[in-house]
Ligand binder design. Structure first.
Ligand code: HEM
Length: 674
C-alpha cells in the first residue's frame, strides 16, 4: 500500500510523457505529412489540354479525325499548335496524354515495363488473343520475343530469303502476268498474306482465308459489343473460325514433330519454332495460336501498305526509280541463272532500302501506339499520372522540319546521313521494337529485285552493267538495328509490370494520384492506328501548307469528276467483303464520299487547271478503295522534269506500252509512260 503514491506518481509522469510525445509527434509528423502531400499534389501539374465532355471526353473529335484519315492533321496537330508537344485529352473514357518529339519517344518507348506498358483496347486483345506478344509483359514477353526474333533476325532470314523469292515470283507470275490492270494494294495484301502463311508458317493459303482474316481485322478497332451483326460480333466469329483451323494445324504439327524427333534446324519455320517451344513446355497451345493470329496481322497488313506506297512513290519519282533499278541491276549482274538472292544481297540494296524508309517516313503504316503509365511519370515539367494512357506518334518527329529538312518532300538520300535516335519510328522502338523489321525490309526489296530480274533480262542486252561492288558498306540503319537490338537484350531487364526501376527514366514519383482507377482500366481506346498517307505539312510550315492544300484540292476535285473512281469503288465492293467498312474504318466508302464533298466546296480547286494531267493521274490512286482517296504527292515536291511523269494507277490500263517481260511491278511503272 505504501507504494501506491509512488505508483500514482509514476503513472502520472508516464501519462504526461505520453501526452507530450504524442503531441510532439502529432505536431511534428502530421503537419509534415500534410505539407508534403500538399506539396506533392502541387507538384503534379498535368499537361495542358482539354478533357472534353464527361466520360466521352474528346472521343467524337478523335473518331471524326480518324474516320477521315486525318488523325494527325485534325486531332493531334491542332492540339500541338494550341498546347505544345505534350497535351492531355480524354478518349473513349480514358484520360490520355499525347506526346510528340524524340525526347518523349525515347522516354516512353525505352521505358516499356518500367514506366509504361503496352495497352491495347479490349476489342484488339480479344481478337488477337490474350496470349499474343503485344499483350505480354516481363518474362513471357522475353520468351516470345526470343522465339519470334530468332526466326525473323538475319539468321532466320537466311533460310527465309529463297522462300520469299519464290513467293514473290509466283505472285507476279500468277497475278500480274498478262494483266492489263492491277489492283496494287489488293495485290500486295494477297502477296504478304501468302508470304506469312507459306514462308513463315509453311501452311498453304486456301481460298477465302484472307477474307476471314480481314473480317477479324475489321473488328480490331470496333467497340467491343458482341452482337451477331455488329462488326465486333462478326470479327469474333471469324476469329473462332481461324482458331479452329489453327488449333488443328498446331496439333498436326506437334504430332509430326514428335514423331520426327530431332528438328531439322535448316528448314525451321516460325511456326515450327513456336510448336517446338510448346513441346518443350516454354509456351502453351493458346500462346502458339494467339501469336500466329497476331503475326498474320502485324506482318501482312503493315508490309502490304508499305509496299504499295513504295511503288507509288517510285512511280512519282522516276529519278529515284532509275537509281533503284540501277542498284538492282548491279546485284543481278553478280547472280547466276536461277540463283536466289541472299541476305547479303539484300544488305547491298542500300538505296532501295532508303526509298522504303523514306516512304515510311512520309506514310508510316502505323500511326503510333498506346501505352499506359504504370507509375507517375514526370516529363517536361508535367506529370503523367499513373494509370493514364499515353499515345506516342510517328508524325511528331517524321514531319518535323528541324529533324527532317523540307519534311514533305520525298528524298531517300536524306538517309545517307545518320538519323537521330527516336526520330524515325515506323517500327517503334525500345523493347517493343517491331520484331519483323528485317523481314519486312527483305520482302519489299525482293519484290523490287524480282521485278528487276525480269526487266533487266532485256536491259542486259542494251547496257553494260558495272561490276557490282561486293563491299557495300553496311548501312547506318543496319548498325542502328543491331545497336537497338543490343539495347533490347542488354539494357532492358524484363521486370514485371509496375517495376520501379528508374535507370532509364526521368524523375519518377510513386505516389498514387486522385484519378479513379476504374476509369483508367477502361481499355476501350483505339490503338495502333494505321496512318495511311495524305501528306500534310508540319506545324508552322505555312507556305507548304497552302500549296499542299491546293494540290490536294485539285486532286480531290478530279476524284469527284472521274467516273473511274466510282467504278473502282464499286468493283471493290463486289470483289470482297472488306467493302463492309464501318464508320471506324479509315478507308470506308463514307470516307470517299466525305472527301469528295469537302473538296467540291473548296474554292481553291480552280487553281488546278494547269495541272490537269498530273492531277488526273494522281487522283487514280485508289488501291481498291483500301487506301485513302487523297493519296498523292504534292506538286511542290515533284521535280520539274517529273511533273509530267505518268503515275502508276493500279487500275489504269497500261496498253500504251507493250509489257516487256511483263510480270514486273516496276515494269508496270515503266509501262505507264505516255
Ligand atoms: C512495314 C512493316 C511493319 C511496320 C511498319 C511495323 C511496325 C511495328 C510497330 C510500330 C511496332 C511497335 C508497336 C508498339 O510499340 O506498340 C511493331 C511491333 C511488332 N511487329 Fe511490326 N511492323 C511491320 C512488319 C512486321 C512484320 C513483317 C512482322 C513479323 C513477321 C512484325 C511483327 C511485329 C511484332 C511481333 C511486334 C510486337 C513486338 C513486341 O511487342 O515486342 N511486324 N511493328
Amino acid at each position: 500500500m505504501a507504494l501506491e503514491p509512488n505508483l500514482l506518481i509514476s503513472w502520472f509522469f508516464l501519462c504526461i510523457a505520453a501526452t507530450i510525445s504524442s503531441t510532439l509527434f502529432f505536431f511534428h509528423k502530421k503537419p509534415h505529412q500534410f505539407t508534403s502531400k500538399k506539396l506533392q499534389r502541387k507538384k503534379k501539374k498535368l499537361p495542358p489540354g482539354e478533357m472534353g465532355l464527361p466520360w466521352i471526353g474528346e472521343t467524337m473529335e478523335f473518331y471524326k479525325a480518324q474516320k477521315s484519315n486525318q488523325l494527325f492533321e485534325d486531332f493531334v496537330n491542332p492540339r500541338i499548335i494550341k498546347h505544345g508537344n505534350i497535351f492531355k485529352t480524354k478518349i473513349m473514357g480514358s484520360p490520355t496524354i499525347v506526346v510528340n518529339g524524340a525526347e518523349a519517344n525515347r522516354l516512353i518507348l525505352s521505358n516499356e515495363f518500367n514506366l509504361v506498358k503496352s495497352s491495347w483496347p479490349s476489342s484488339s486483345v480479344q481478337l488477337m488473343g490474350m496470349n499474343c506478344i503485344m499483350a505480354k509483359q516481363g518474362e513471357k514477353h522475353r520468351v516470345l520475343r526470343g522465339i519470334i526474333g530468332n526466326s525473323l533476325g538475319y539468321n532466320g532470314l537466311e533460310s527465309l530469303v529463297p522462300k520469299l523469292c519464290d513467293a514473290v515470283r509466283f505472285h507476279l507470275d500468277t497475278e500480274w502476268q498478262g494483266k492489263e490492270e492491277i489492283s496494287l494494294y489488293r495485290s500486295t495484301k494477297a502477296l504478304t498474306f501468302s508470304v506469312v502463311f507459306e514462308c513463315l508458317y509453311g501452311i498453304k493459303v486456301e481460298l477465302g482465308m484472307l477474307e476471314i482474316f480481314e473480317r477479324v481485322l475489321d473488328g480490331v478497332f470496333a467497340l467491343p459489343v458482341e452482337f451477331p451483326c455488329s462488326r465486333f460480333g462478326r470479327a469474333k466469329k471469324a476469329r473462332l473460325e481461324i482458331e479452329t483451323m489453327l488449333v488443328g494445324k498446331v496439333r498436326e504439327k506437334r504430332r509430326e514433330m514428335e514423331e520426327e524427333g530431332e528438328v531439322d534446324r535448316s528448314n525451321t519455320t516460325l511456326f515450327s519454332r513456336l510448336v517446338e517451344a510448346m513441346i518443350k513446355g516454354d509456351i502453351t497451345e493458346e500462346e502458339v495460336v494467339d501469336n500466329m493470329v497476331l503475326l498474320v496481322f502485324a506482318a501482312h497488313d503493315t508490309t502490304s501498305y508499305a509496299m504499295a506506297m513504295t511503288f507509288k512513290m517510285l512511280a512519282q519519282h522516276p529519278t529515284c526509280l532509275d537509281t533503284l533499278l540501277q542498284e538492282n541491276v548491279q546485284i543481278k549482274a553478280n547472280k547466276g541463272e536461277g540463283e536466289y538472292l541472299t541476305v547479303e544481297d539484300v544488305k547491298k540494296m542500300k538505296y532501295s532500302w532508303q526509298v522504303v524508309r523514306e516512304t515510311m517516313r512520309l506514310s508510316p503504316p502505323i500511326f503510333g501506339s498506346f501505352r499506359k503509365a504504370v507509375t507517375d511519370i514526370e516529363y517536361g515539367g508535367y506529370t503523367i499520372p499513373k494509370g493514364w494512357k499515353i499515345l506516342w506518334t510517328t508524325y511528331g518527329t517524321h514531319y518535323n522540319p528541324e529533324i527532317f529538312q523540307d519534311p514533305m518532300s520525298f528524298d531517300p538520300s536524306r538517309f545517307d546521313k545518320p538519323i537521330q535516335a527516336y526520330t524515325y519510328l515506323p517500327f517503334g522502338g525500345g523493347p517493343r521494337l517491331c520484331a519483323g523489321e528485317d523481314k519486312e525490309k527483305t520482302t519489299i526489296e525482293e519484290a523490287s529485285n524480282s521485278v528487276e530480274e525480269t526487266r533487266s533480262d532485256k536491259e542486259d542486252e542494251e547496257k553494260t552493267v558495272e561490276e557490282a561492288s561486293n563491299s557495300v558498306e553496311e548501312t547506318r540503319s543496319d548498325k542502328d538495328d543491331e545497336r537497338i537490338r543490343g539495347e533490347i537484350v542488354e539494357r532492358f531487364d524484363y521486370t514485371e509490370e509496375g517495376s520501379t526501376d528508374q535507370s532509364n527514366s526521368k524523375t519518377v514519383n510513386f505516389e498514387d494520384h486522385d484519378v479513379n482507377e476504374d476509369e483508367m482500366e477502361d481499355e476501350k481506346v483505339l490503338e495502333l492506328f494505321r496512318r495511311k498517307n495524305s501528306l500534310r505539312p508540319q506545324v508552322g510550315e505555312s507556305n507548304n501548307f497552302l500549296s499542299m492544300n491546293k494540290s490536294e484540292d485539285r486532286v480531290l476535285q478530279f476524284q469527284e469528276d472521274t467516273p473511274a473512281e466510282t467504278e473502282q469503288t464499286d468493283a471493290f465492293h463486289s470483289l470482297n467483303e472488306i467493302a463492309d467498312l464501318g464508320a471506324m474504318n479509315q478507308n470506308s466508302p463514307e470516307l470517299l464520299e466525305g472527301t469528295k464533298s469537302s473538296s467540291a466546296s473548296d474554292d481553291d480547286t480552280d487553281d488546278s487547271s494547269s495541272n490537269l494531267d498530273l492531277d488526273y493521274n494522281l487522283s487514280r490512286y485508289y488501291f481498291d478503295g483500301s487506301l485513302p482517296v487523297s493519296t498523292h504527292v504534292e506538286e511542290t515536291e515533284t521535280h520539274q522534269d517529273e511533273t509530267k511523269m505518268p503515275l502508276l494507277c493500279p487500275k489504269q490500263p497500261v496498253q500504251r506500252t507493250p509489257w516487256r517481260n511483263c510480270c514486273g511491278l516496276l515494269e508496270l511503272l515503266r509501262a505507264a509512260e505516255p
